[in-house]
Design a protein around this ligand. Structure first.
Ligand SMILES: Nc1ncnc2c1ncn2[C@@H]1O[C@H](COP(=O)(O)OP(=O)(O)OP(=O)(O)O)[C@@H](O)[C@H]1O
Length: 911
């Protein structure tokens, strides 16, 4: 029998859609399922809900504590397993109940403590040494905050309640971190201990929509939404580097490291250094990540329906052979039952509404006996671009078809546009009718699109021409104009330097760097930070580099790891470039481009007064523009946006050509791009530059960087340090703000320089600085507006008559995977100093991380501490260290005023 290509495509698609719609219970390292595996040095165990519908649990395996403590009398809704323990949600109370042994959760398990009275859970998920539960929302309380989800966690470094904005559909736990899937937009987010999981937490694919997540060791895999159901993974444990560690742990020889396959998947489960999934086209199993040389091989040609992961092994429920559990990998005990009396979902009852019987072939069920049925839940609504042509019934899932008039994806177009010529007559007639209707619609749409694009581009061209005509500089203004042109072209040159591709950091070996820095000689030190020493070095090929080596501590290496993770993703002419890194013997060393002229701090406040004088007004404002551009890129163009958290003059470095580069990303944070909630982070940064709102309310937004940048502008204008106790008013903001507000700009200008002929240019800078250090973040301008204002000031300072045109074109930010539209570009009216009133603030949400690294250094830098109490103590110390600096912060708090009820709620929920 012949099929037309369109029939074939649609048949294939329907198969994908139907199979893709299967929503079988899956379990990863820790997700909840009807079965679960536990692993660890006390042996492995495998438990499952009995297939008789009693919801009671049965366990087998070599972990005697789990076997002995199995609560056979309790009924459970689902199970999850971790290192030496298993947990289930009790049917009666909907609370977790755990058994086995794990010193981090509790010596003697049971209901994990502390437990909120009456809390009920929808799902639980076990990592290796922790358990998290997604709380059932309390809808009966009228005043309950809407659209929030609560996750309670217990165990190593995790015991606390996390509140998230947005409804979470499911959670999955890995080693020391967790991930969640928002139900509304299906985006993923992860939180937890950053030590080994910074990549898993920070590198969540931006804007991707997932059907399912499965966290493993230090990685996460997710099945993408859409007909392809492709799997993507991120994190650390699936890479080659980690393979060596994996082999050591599992006592195995080094196997292969495989990439996730492209096959569509219906479920996945993550192990410590690997992940496995069930392919939707044949229910076969496929594994990737680190595969071991020895151990039971991954089954081939076997259909499976459920899958769970231990650390180095997986177990699955066979689709065809009833009552059999199949395990593979290494480390599971031979005493694990194969077959085990575990979940086989073949029921004698017909499938209830909301589910349908899964078939192996058209007429043959999955179960051995034709009297029993294997039921799976119906899939959700049809995907976008599709409509339902038949509903879900007891024998088949809902069937969806592409709506050819609403195609946006290539897949849809390819399905909708095959040639109808090879079809049999009836099909051809149908297709002809279809095309006779569709073609005019498509043609009309294309014509309309072309018309729209040409109107828009013509308008844009006319607008640009009009603007340029206004700024035509006549020959009579030659000297000033020349200057302007020279500046413009030099800045154009600068733009061309922007690296359009994100470079991969090179891996150096220790000897290479040791040689480059003459054995990390003291004379080669060019700077010292709180956590690191920076050496000048020369590589074998003659490249001069800066080598940053952590002062040995876990915290410093955390910082360098954050910096490595971030800088490998960022690329901009005004961000310090990372050339490579070296990670050996537990130490991490970063290699950067060498900045020949050191830091802005050294120029402004160093011993050499000449350096300060050389930094004339044009150079200072140019540095301000360039630094603003770097930060603007972080906020508006990096995806997800980056909050630097430590903008200050010692982190603005100056290269050979006197261009400014923003450096030191050790404290920086990423956040999801589409969230509208502030990060809840304990304060970190440098005293004097620290946003009082962030300090006071722990609200972290991109506007916190704006505050620090405002302080930096005041520093550039006045030549004073952010906090300088040799003056009566030691805090630069407290000193400069009233003077600027009173219009006395000259009073704040650096006395080592003569005021410029056109003071108005610096007035603009002072005003924007003043706005940037407003108490409330939402009242501060965004970085793109600041950049625009600074560009205008620079143009004016250089005598350009074209002050409406920024000297530096604004479209210089390249290299991010996605571009965000600048708010200033959205605004049609860009007044030169009309910055920041009532504009939208970019808030980022992030789970409150557990807090790390307290430190006060000579540069008065404070970092989040391991406990709030510690933070207070440290801050008090800081305050006493800096004398009235502490009072300054106190008075800033007072200026912000008491927390509103909403803010208080935010704090209560997050800290
Ligand atoms: N790429 C570089 N080229 C030249 N000098 C550099 C480079 N990177 C850093 N330095 C110098 O080393 C100093 C220390 O840098 P680092 O980023 O470690 O700390 P910091 O920002 O000054 O202090 P902290 O870590 O306390 O914030 C800088 O102030 C600068 O003078």
């Amino acid at each position: 029998m012949e099929f037309s290509s369109s029939q074939f495509f649609i048949g294939f698609l329907l198969e994908l859609v139907v199979l893709g719609g299967l929503w079988l219970q899956v379990s990863s390292f820790g997700s909840m399922s009807s079965m679960a595996a536990s692993f660890g040095d006390k042996g492995n165990a495998f438990c499952g809900l009995k297939p008789d519908g009693s919801h009671t649990v049965t366990c087998n395996g070599s972990n005697s504590a789990i076997i002995h403590d199995t609560p056979a009398q309790f009924q459970f809704l689902g199970l999850t397993g971790g290192y030496g323990f298993l947990c289930g949600i009790l049917m009666s109370s909907k609370q977790p109940y755990c058994w086995g042994r794990n010193g981090h959760i509790a010596e003697k398990l049971g209901v994990p403590q502390p437990m909120v009275k009456g809390a009920q859970y929808l799902e639980i998920s076990a990592g290796d040494n922790h358990l998290c539960g997604l709380r059932k929302p309390l809808i009966w309380r009228k005043r309950e905050r809407k659209n929030t989800s609560v996750v309670d966690c217990w165990g190593f470094n995790m015991t606390r309640t996390y509140v998230f904005d947005g409804m979470i559909q499911s959670i999955s736990a890995g080693c020391g971190f967790n991930c969640g899937l928002f139900s509304q937009n299906r985006t993923a987010f992860c939180w937890g201990n950053h030590d080994a999981n910074s990549l898993a937490i920070l590198a969540v694919p931006c804007g991707e929509r997932f059907r399912k997540l499965a966290a493993g060791g230090n990685h996460v895999c997710g099945i993408l939404e859409g007909v392809n159901s492709r799997t993507v993974c991120w994190g650390r444990s699936l890479d080659v580097q980690m393979a060596k560690i994996a082999s050591k742990h599992a006592g195995q020889g080094l196997g292969n490291v495989l990439l996730p396959p492209n096959d569509p998947m219906i479920s996945i489960a993550g192990g410590r250094f690997h992940a496995c999934g069930i392919k939707s086209n044949d229910l076969g199993v496929v594994c990737w990540g680190h595969t071991f040389g020895q151990g039971t091989p991954v089954p081939s040609g076997t259909k499976i329906t459920d899958i769970v992961a231990g650390d180095y092994f997986n177990c699955a429920n066979l689709a065809e052979k009833s009552d059999q559990i199949l395990c593979w990998g290494v480390g599971f005990s031979s005493s694990l039952p194969k077959p085990a009396a575990l979940p086989r979902k073949c029921n004698s009852n017909l499938c209830p509404p909301g589910s349908y019987e899964m078939k192996q072939h058209k007429d043959k069920g999955v179960c051995n006996s034709s009297d029993t049925h294997f039921c799976v839940p119906c899939s959700g609504a049809c995907p976008y671009e599709m409509y339902q042509i038949s509903p879900c019934n007891s024998t088949s899932d809902r069937i969806c078809e592409y709506n050819c008039s609403a195609c946006v994806s290539l897949q849809c177009f390819s399905i909708c546009s095959p040639s109808p010529l090879s079809a049999p007559p009836t099909v051809r007639n149908k297709d002809e009718r279809f095309w006779s209707l569709q073609v005019p619609v498509l043609v009309a749409e294309i014509v309309f699109a072309i018309f729209l694009v040409s109107i828009l581009s013509t308008t844009a061209v006319l607008y640009v021409r009009y603007k340029l005509r206004d700024c035509q500089c006549s020959a009579t203004r030659s000297s000033k104009v020349k200057k302007h042109i020279i500046v413009s072209s030099s800045l154009q040159k600068e733009n061309s330097k922007i690296r359009p591709e994100i470079r991969k950091a090179k891996k150096f070996n220790y000897e290479e760097l040791e040689r480059a820095t003459s054995g990390f000689k003291e004379e080669n030190i060019v700077g010292k930070g709180s956590f690191s020493c920076v050496f000048k070095g020369v590589l074998k090929d003659g490249t001069v580099v800066a080598v940053k080596r952590a002062i040995r501590s876990q915290k410093s290496s955390n910082e360098l790891h954050t910096e490595l993770d971030l800088l490998s993703r960022l690329n901009h002419a005004h961000l310090l470039s990372l050339l490579g890194y070296c990670e050996e013997g537990g130490e991490i060393i970063l290699v950067y481009e060498f900045m020949a002229h050191g830091s802005l701090h050294q120029h402004l406040h160093g011993q050499n007064k000449e350096l300060k004088q050389q930094l004339d007004w044009v150079k200072r404002v140019t540095i301000a523009v360039q630094a603003a551009r770097g930060i603007e890129y972080l906020h508006g163009y990096a995806c997800p946006p980056v909050i630097h958290r430590d903008i200050k003059s010692s982190n603005i470095l100056i290269d050979e050509e006197h261009n400014a580069r923003v450096a030191d990303f050790g404290l920086s944070l990423l956040g999801p791009a589409d969230s509208s909630t502030p990060l809840a982070e304990l304060p970190a940064g440098t005293l004097g530059y620290l946003d009082p709102e962030y300090y006071r309310l722990h609200y972290l937004t991109t506007k916190s960087d704006v505050y620090s940048f405002g302080v930096l502008l005041l520093e550039l204008l006045s030549g004073r340090k952010a906090i300088d106790m040799q003056y009566e008013e030691g805090n630069i903001v407290q000193w400069a703000k009233p003077l600027i507000k009173s219009g006395d700009i000259a009073a704040i200008l650096d006395p080592v320089l003569k005021p410029p002929p056109d003071l108005a240019a610096l007035k603009k800078v002072a005003i924007v600085a003043c706005k940037s250090v407003r108490m409330r973040g939402r009242d501060r301008p965004s970085m793109d507006k600041i950049t625009t204002t600074l560009e205008h000031s620079l143009a004016r300072l250089m005598g350009s008559p074209c002050i409406e045109q920024p000297i530096l074109p604004t479209e210089v930010v390249l290299g991010s995977s996605r571009l965000h539209m600048k708010s200033s570009q959205r605004s049609s009216n860009r007044s030169e100093i009309d910055v920041g009133e009532n504009e939208d603030q970019r808030y980022e949400f992030r789970a409150p991380s557990w807090i790390t690294f307290p430190s006060v250094t000579s540069s008065q830098r404070i970092k989040s501490s391991s406990s709030e109490a510690e933070v207070d103590v440290k801050n008090n110390n800081n305050n006493s260290n800096v004398g009235s600096g502490g009072d300054v912060l106190k008075s800033l708090e007072e200026e912000i005023g008491p927390a509103s009820p909403q803010e208080r709620l935010f704090l209560q929920h997050n800290f």
